[in-house]
Design a protein around this ligand. Structure first.
Ligand code: SF4
Ligand code: FES
Length: 199
């Protein structure tokens, strides 16, 4: 395995530059290094002006999503060794405006989210004195797979409908709607699907 690999990183400051440019950096390619380690190496040793998001480095926070060689990936879970001999192209997630370099603006997701009311709406609230609401493991199994989203936006970057139709809620919001099984959410979705099926 090569001990170094080239990262081709998209650089862009929308307020100053008309177009993004590509900047190339050579970073160590260690067996246990992920793309995020390569970016951190660039930031620490080669170019402190590079901007990108990350936090947990363990696939939980959802903030390190980027496009790696054309595919949306969590960069903390994407090994450089899988891309040898390189180069590895690192770009911001598609379908979102770029704030700077690899940082995207996900306000559209946040603005649409309340439409599906992603919280529990009870028919009747009971007083605190009556204790907690209980559920069985079987009840939890029904919704668990729809509640594991880490809001990484990878599915939005991969979704052509989200890229084309500003009315489309997006995959993660729909999964959340399913998680809360809200009639209101389904009502919200109906016009969009009707409109598409009538075309
Ligand atoms: S549903 Fe989409 S946003 Fe949520 S974790 Fe999966 S890919 Fe990420
Ligand atoms: S850094 Fe948190 S998911 Fe990658």
């Amino acid at each position: 395995m090569a001990d170094r690999i080239s990262l081709q990183v998209l650089r862009y400051r929308p307020e100053q530059e008309a177009e993004p440019t590509v900047q190339e950096y050579e970073v160590p390619c260690r067996k246990d290094w992920v793309v995020l380690d390569g970016l951190n190496y660039v930031k620490d040793r080669l170019d402190g002006s590079l901007s990108y998001r990350w936090s947990c480095r363990m696939g939980i926070c959802g903030s390190c999503g980027m496009t790696v060689n054309g595919e949306p990936k969590l960069t903390c879970a994407t090994f450089l060794a899988d891309y040898t001999p390189g180069p590895v192209r690192v770009e911001p997630l598609r379908n979102f405006p770029v704030v700077r370099d690899l940082v995207i603006e996900m306000g559209d997701f946040m603005r649409k989210l309340p439409a599906i009311k992603p919280w529990i709406v009870r028919k009747e609230e009971k007083p605190l004195t009556e204790g907690e609401y209980l559920q069985t493991p079987e009840q939890m199994d029904e919704y668990k797979q729809f509640s594991m989203c880490i809001n990484c936006m990878l599915c939005y970057a991969a979704c052509p409908v989200y890229g084309l139709d500003p009315k489309f809620l997006g995959p993660a919001a729909i999964a959340l709607a399913q998680r809360y099984k809200l009639k209101a959410a389904l009502e919200w979705l109906k016009p969009f699907f009707l409109q598409r099926s009538e075309q």
